[in-house]
Design a binder for this molecule. Sequence first.
Ligand code: G6P
Length: 764
Amino acid sequence: MRLTYRLSSALISAVAVVSLAFAFFQTRADTLGLRRDLQNHAQVLAESLVRSAEPLVARHANRELQRLVDRFKDREQIAGISVYDAGGNPLAITSGLARRVEQNPVLLPEPGAEVAPVDKFVKLASGTIHMVTLPLHADDDMVIGDLSLFHDAAYIDLQAAAMWRRAFTGVFIQTILIVAVTLLTLRWGVGRPLRRMADWLQDLRMGSGSTPPDMPNQGEFEPLTREVRRLASSLTEARAAAANEARLRDSGESSWTPERLRVFVQTRLGGSRLFAVSNREPYEHSHRAGGIECSVPASGLVTAMEPILRACDGTWVAQATGDADRDTVDEYDRVRVPPDHPQYSLRRVWLTEEEERGFYFGFANEGLWPLCHIAHTRPLFRVEDWEYYQTVNRKFAEALLEEMEFEESPVVLVQDYHFALLPRLIKDARPDARVAIFWHIPWPNAEAFGICPWQAELLDGLLGADLIGFHLQAHCNNFLDTVDRALESRIEREHFAVNRNGHSSLVRPFPISVAGILEEPAAPPLELPHVERVRLLDKLGVRASFLGIGVDRVDYTKGIPERFRAIERFFEKYPAYRREFTFVQIGSPSRTQIRRYQELMEEVVQEAERINRRFQTSDWKPIVFLNRHHSHKEILQYYRTADFCLVTSLHDGMNLVAKEFVASRDDLHGVLILSRFAGAAHELGDALPVNPYDTEQIADSIRHALEMRPEERRMRMQRMRATVREHNVYRWAGKLIEELCETRPAKVPAAPYLVPTLMTRSAS
Ligand code: G6P
């Protein structure tokens, strides 16, 4: 109320002052206009009178002169005319004027030989008079008198007064109208949405969690609305997490949540900061038509690490891959992420094109990737790739050491096969750091790994870590065997540790997972989300009642062509499903500079086309291949509406798609068909297991999935969800950090922190 009052007073004053100023200038201009018109008119008339009077004065024809002036006396507004001779004696004067002149000598012209023309307004008690005096000349140009013409100008004053009155009324009405309209607009356009927002926030605070009202979302309101929505969703999340914690406490369970991980990390680390290093960055900035856009790359590693960094506000060091990455970092190459709700720091490292080719495409992805995955693609080992692999590992070591410079006993989580040499480099420079490396892909058996010409160097680099993690115990065993064969070291099989040159590295399995499933809904729907599925397929131009989904990077380890051939077989064996079932494959292009990946993409496209040609009709096709990157949100729509998810990796460290699918099905519907050769198969025993090379088996499993009884589907999903809920990524991180913190690193950091050899040997 007080705000409205203050606003109205201010508005009234401002509008009134501005309108009055305008009225003042307008009225003044109009008055001056009227005066100017009178002056012009009087001048013209006086000049014509002078021309008539001059011969009469010269001839002393005073009577005719009197007649002349009398002729004009009744003309509109004329107050009188006077004619004087050069001596100032009146020659003729209109009746009535003589007395006025007598009473007001100011109306007397200046007598004399040099009469100057006069044009003036004179204010008299009876009103304003306008007076023009012009000299009268004889033929020889001598001044023989003067003629004055008087106009009554009081009408101008009257008109000016009327104009002022009108202006004041106008200002008054204008002010009232503007103020009223503004206040009404504010009330409807601002007051009402704000009140709705306030009511909604109050509901939220009271815990009645209603859906957000329609809030203005444009212009000045946009940032406020955005922030309020975020605040509300954080509050809702925090409430749900707290409720879940309370529920768990109550039931004696202890599940890992971001909050628990944060507290856990804080107590375990005792103030040390957490650092993560990976090749793939969690947020990539790119130039787009509408400005800079931020996206999350398709990467299982990013999916897993992101919640941990968010929970612990650490620093993530990663390669800059977006073309707008440079435009978004500060002078230390850092940027806070996620962009809309910053929770941790991302330190970007730039690689040259040659470095990226040799390190990433070459050694990591044409060498180590096929070396570690049994997918029958032959690894390529080029000496120049190996050189770049070392260079880039050093470059990342430098960046990481810089980031940790002022941190005591930092905790470092190195990620993946891109950085096998990093643990040793870090540990040599910072013995006080606790270093773990997690190998996100399988570790093959010792013979298979033994073909790598630099296996000893790689193993030595890895053994710089205090803790080496794999997804499965089988990978740990393979690693120990490989070390045993390739290096001089002491393997402590009973502790799963390797002792080399006095330093011990623990080797442990930590099956990675996805973020938590908070709670099962109280009453999940009985039916599959049929309508949404039909709508989703409709957008793809397909009519079908059943939907299968596959989500992968287009990688030869994922068994995508094998999967398509199994779908073909399914339609051969079970023709009743033609026109009824469609399989959507989301295939995110990956490592596209590598020839094997290009060939694979071609093969996948062709296989899909071939199979479609064989079975498709005008409004249906068996396979929809969407070969572009999809956001997590887009993928969720498919996960949530599919009858089953098909994961047919030929070999996979874990495969988080399987776990994400399970996590997304809070309706407890949907079947998971899962390759036996994916790490996830060890935990998700309620999936339908398949051998990805066995086309018949996959075709039959598809049928089994589509025809499974709802109770069985529900039970399987419920059990898998229980596993994923308990073994979530916070637990993965918690266990990793717990184990790492039990190792005993050297107390004193080495000085200086940056190892000179690192500095000199690295390429820029
Ligand atoms: C696997 C690797 C990850 C990698 C991901 C995507 O999951 O273990 O380290 O991030 O593939 O591969 P990319 O080469 O695109 O980073």
